[in-house]
Design a protein around this ligand. Sequence first.
Ligand SMILES: [Zn+2]
Length: 462
Amino acid sequence: MKISLECYLLTALTALGLGVVQGAQSQGCGSDARALWQQGDYTQAVPLLRDCLNQPYGREPEVFYMLGVSYCELGQQQYGKCCLRWLLERFDLPTQTRRIVDSLVADCGTSLSVTASLRVTGVTISAGVSWVGAGSHGETKSFYNVEDPLRRSFVDSLVVVHNVAESELHGRLRNIADGPTPPDSIVAAFPAHPNVQYSPHFRFIDFRNLYVDATRRELYFETMMQCFVRLYKVPLPEHYISVYIAPDSRQFQDIALKVHGLAFPARTLGYSFQDDASVVGITGGEQSSYGTLMHELCHLLVRTNFGDIPPWLDEGLAALYEVSERVGSDSLLGGRNPWRENVLSKYWAVRAPLSELVTMDWPKFKGDADSTGIRQAVNEAEARYFMFYLQEIGKLSAVYSTIQAMQVSSSQNFDSLNQLQASAISTVVGQSMPQVDSSFASWYSTLTGFETSDPTSKSMER
Ligand SMILES: [Zn+2]
């Protein structure tokens, strides 16, 4: 089998804003492992690749890909297949890449010939949210129009207008130890002259032409950071995280194009980009929330040590903090989110049981087989409220760390790697998954007043 693989991964998630990420390659796994692998020296490459999994930003698709191929070539087919299946289940791969990896699993052990590498730039997108009325801003005033037949088209139409070199992206990173620096050429490229201010871990490039309560803004972002350090063991960044704040869609598109060479579908609210450690989002007036930016920041932060985070946890957590309240310097508590709640209540009868939700890979979670977009919206809303439930029973960070600690090697006896997750959650919560599901339903009913019933899989294909 001869494979030429040159993949540019753009992962389209749907939720609120966009998320993204990654330039993982130079921040994370070293180039030595890649060079050895490309030379076919799998024996030498494997220990370096395994080490990558423990490095910041190291748990990325390319590492699992190279590990999988290496093990297959070294005659350790079972482990090679596990790595490749992990790649399929834990990452949002484009269809073409998915097919290639599928065929590698099938052919593992038959002398693969693999050329080129999997280039990964993860962009997680949250679109599909529209503002209610011009001039209305903030998460709580936006909604998921799950019946909008156009919705799918924007999710898929992100365009890379021009590639920004990795060296340029990394060149933008500024060491926190060096303190604030004068505006760089990126900021200078905007005639709108954004206001640039620093907090201990963030650089705010704010395009809103209004009075901004910088203290309130700083408190919210720094609290999010400390909350993630405390609950999810995210390391404090060495570089400032750049936060581009746009007042409207026009400015947002201008930033995306000039800073990252990207053109987004209409109604996209935000994204994050790992290579230059930035989040970009639309936020309205001074009193509006930073919900979209919190969502994107969550995607960015978790990827420092959990690049292979499964979809229900990644999107559920990001969505939880969209609407959250600051309760001290290192704590944010997610609260109710009306538009997610509307989606979940409306489609409660066709939601996936939790045991199924937590075994979904990205295509399933995103409802790729569902052209209406409803499946994805329901999955995201359910994941969000499941995280809310875990927060309320004090198990959220324990579930996160348990899933995070899972290793490829622990998965060999399972038909689906993700089935491990269901049993892990069950252990942490202390109930069987059906019991967890029923407790979750009761809690949701009490919280919202909505009459819940048992989920059924009959009415809609999941
Ligand atoms: Zn998201």
